[in-house]
Design a protein around this ligand. Structure first.
Ligand code: GDP
Ligand code: IMO
Ligand code: MG
Length: 421
C-alpha cells in the first residue's frame, strides 16, 4: 500500500534506528538497500538498548519481514552474531530474515584488506574496517562473491581460495596477518553454512504483494554517499535515496514518502571535511550530553552546529517529503544555538553546497544565532507543549528547508517522540 524510505540526511548516526523502529509498527516489510556492518542503528526495546548493524531495525517488530537487499554487502560472521542477539531477546528470526541471492559477501579477506589499507594510509578515511570498500571494489571489478555462492560449499571454497591467492599476489594484505586470516576463514565457512537458510529470492516479496506497507531503512548518510558526499571521505555505496532502486530493484516510482533524518546539530565520525565542526566548549558539551560515540566502533564523534547548506543539498538530492529531527533534547542547556546559513569561500558567499563541495576545508561557516530554551523537553508529547524558543528553532529550520518536520525526537526511548501528523 505504501513504500516509505528513511534516509540519513547528514553524516550518519542521525538516529535512523529509532525512527525506523517507530515507523515499522504498521509495516510488513523493512528492507535495507546498501552498506553493511559499517552501520550501527540503536533502538530501545522494553528499555533495553539494542544495536543492529546489518539486520534492519524492523526485526524488533515481529509483524515485519526483514529484507537485506542485493545492494548490501553482508558479513556472515557478523550476521550470525546479530541473529544470536535477536534469539537471546526472544525475537523470532526464522522466516523473517531474508538475504537476497545477489547481495555481495564480505569475507575475512576483505576485512583484512580494509585494515591493511587503513594502516598504510595512516587512517586517512577512518573506515569502520568492516571490509565495506574492498567488497564493493570486488563487486564492480566483477570478481565478487555473492550470497547465492554460499549455497554451494565447493563454489564458495573455490572462490575464497582464488581470492586469497590474488590478495597475496597483489600484496593487498599484510603477511603477518595471514595465519590469523586463515583461522578466520574457517570460522567464516561455518558462519556461511549457518546463514545459508536465510538466503533467497526477495523479488517476489517486494513486487508480488502490492497490499504490503514497505519501509526502507537507509544506512550511513547523504554526505557519505559515494557520488554525492564529501568524496573521497565517504563510504562505498549510494546511501542517498537514489540507491534504493538499484539496491532493492524497487523503482523510484514506487516510493511514496522519503523521510530524511537530521540531528538537531551535526556529527561526523572518521576523517574528512566537516564545515560546522566545533573545537570549543560547545562541541565538547554536544559530544558529552549527546553521548556521541560510534555505535559500531566506539570512536568519539566530531560535533558541530546544524548546517543548513548541507541540509538543503540533502533535501534536494534525496527528494525529501518529510523530515524527522532527532536529539533536540541535547540542545536543552544552551543559552544560544547557532545554525550555519551559508559558507564564506575566499570572500564569496556560498549557499549552494555543490559550489564548495571540493573545497569544504577552506570554507568559513556563517552563523545565525537563535535563543536557547534552557529547560528539559524530554517528556513532552505534543508540539504545542514545547517552549516557544524550541518551536522557533524547529520552525526556522522548517522554513529554510521547505520540508515539513513531521517527527521530533526528544530522547532515545520509544515514547520520547512528538508526531506532528
Ligand atoms: P543511526 O545510525 O542513525 O541509527 O544512529 P545511532 O544509533 O548510531 O546513533 C544515534 C544515538 O542517539 C543512539 O544512541 C540513539 O539511542 C540516540 N538517540 C536517538 N534519538 C535520540 C533523541 O532524540 N535524543 C537522544 N538523547 N538520543 C537519541
Ligand atoms: P550509520 O548507518 C557514521 C563512515 C566511517 C568512515 C566512512 C567510510 O550507523 O549511520 P566505511 O567503513 O563505510 O568504508 O567507512 O564512513 N561511516 C559511518 N559514519 N555512521 C555510519 O553508519 C557509518 N558507516 C560508515 O566512519 O568515515
Ligand atoms: Mg549509527
Amino acid at each position: 500500500m505504501s513504500v516509505d524510505a528513511i534516509i540519513g540526511g547528514q553524516w550518519g548516526d542521525e538516529g535512523k534506528g529509532k525512527i525506523v523502529d517507530l515507523l515499522s509498527k504498521n509495516v510488513q516489510i523493512v528492507a535495507r538497500y546498501q552498506g553493511g556492518a559499517n552501520a550501527g542503528h540503536t533502538v530501545y526495546r522494553n528499555d533495553q538498548k539494542v544495536v543492529l548493524h546489518q539486520i534492519p531495525t524492523g526485526a524488533l517488530r515481529e509483524n515485519c519481514i526483514c529484507i537485506l537487499g542485493n545492494g548490501m554487502v553482508i558479513d556472515p560472521i557478523g550476521m550470525l552474531d546479530e541473529i544470536n542477539i535477536l534469539k537471546q531477546l526472544d525475537v523470532a528470526v526464522e522466516g523473517r530474515i531474508l538475504i537476497d541471492y545477489y547481495a555481495h559477501i564480505v569475507t575475512p579477506i576483505h576485512k583484512c584488506i580494509d585494515r591493511t589499507n587503513e594502516k598504510r594510509t595512516n587512517n586517512k578515511i577512518g573506515t569502520t574496517c568492516k571490509g565495506i570498500g574492498p567488497t564493493y571494489t570486488d563487486k564492480y571489478n566483477r570478481i565478487g562473491i555473492r550470497a547465492v555462492d554460499l549455497l554451494s560449499y565447493e563454489t564458495l571454497k573455490e572462490k575464497i581460495e582464488s581470492r586469497l591467492d590474488f590478495a597475496i599476489q597483489e600484496h593487498q594484505i599484510a603477511m603477518d596477518e595471514l595465519t590469523d586470516l586463515k583461522q578466520e576463514i574457517i570460522e567464516f565457512y561455518a558462519a556461511c553454512k549457518n546463514i545459508s537458510i536465510y538466503i533467497q529470492d526477495t523479488f517476489k516479496h517486494l513486487h508480488d504483494n502490492e497490499e504490503m506497507n514497505i519501509l526502507i531503512e537507509g544506512a550511513q548518510g547523504t554526505m557519505l554517499d559515494i557520488d554525492h558526499g564529501t568524496y573521497p571521505y565517504v563510504t562505498s555505496s549510494n546511501c542517498s535515496s537514489g540507491g534504493i532502486s538499484v539496491g532493492l530493484g524497487l523503482p523510484g516510482s514506487r516510493l511514496n514518502n522519503i523521510i530524511g533524518i537530521f540531528k538537531a546539530y551535526t556529527t561526523r565520525v572518521g576523517g574528512g571535511p566537516f564545515p560546522t565542526e566545533l573545537f570549543d566548549k560547545d562541541g565538547e558539551i554536544l559530544g558529552k550530553i549527546g553521548k556521541e560515540f560510534g555505535a559500531t566502533t566506539g570512536r568519539p564523534r566530531r560535533c558541530g552546529w546544524f548546517d543548513l547548506v548541507a541540509a538543503r543539498y540533502s533535501v534536494a538530492i534525496n527528494g525529501l517529503t518529510h523530515i524527522a529531527l532527532t536529539k533536540l533534547d541535547i540542545l536543552d542547556s544552551f543559552d544560544t544555538i547557532k545554525v550555519c546559513t551559508s559558507y564564506d569561500l575566499h570572500g564569496k558567499k556560498i549557499t549552494n553546497l555543490t559550489e564548495a563541495l571540493n573545497n569544504l576545508e577552506d570554507i568559513k561557516p556563517i552563523y545565525k544565532e537563535l535563543k536557547g530554551w534552557k529547560s528539559e523537553i524530554r517528556e513532552y508529547s505534543k508540539f504545542d507543549q514545547l517552549p516557544l524558543s524550541t518551536k522557533n528553532y524547529i520552525e526556522y529550520l522548517e522554513s529554510e528547508l521547505k520540508v515539513p518536520i513531521s517527527i521530533i525526537s526528544i530522547g532515545p526511548k520509544r515514547h520520547q517522540i512528538i508526531n506532528r501528523n
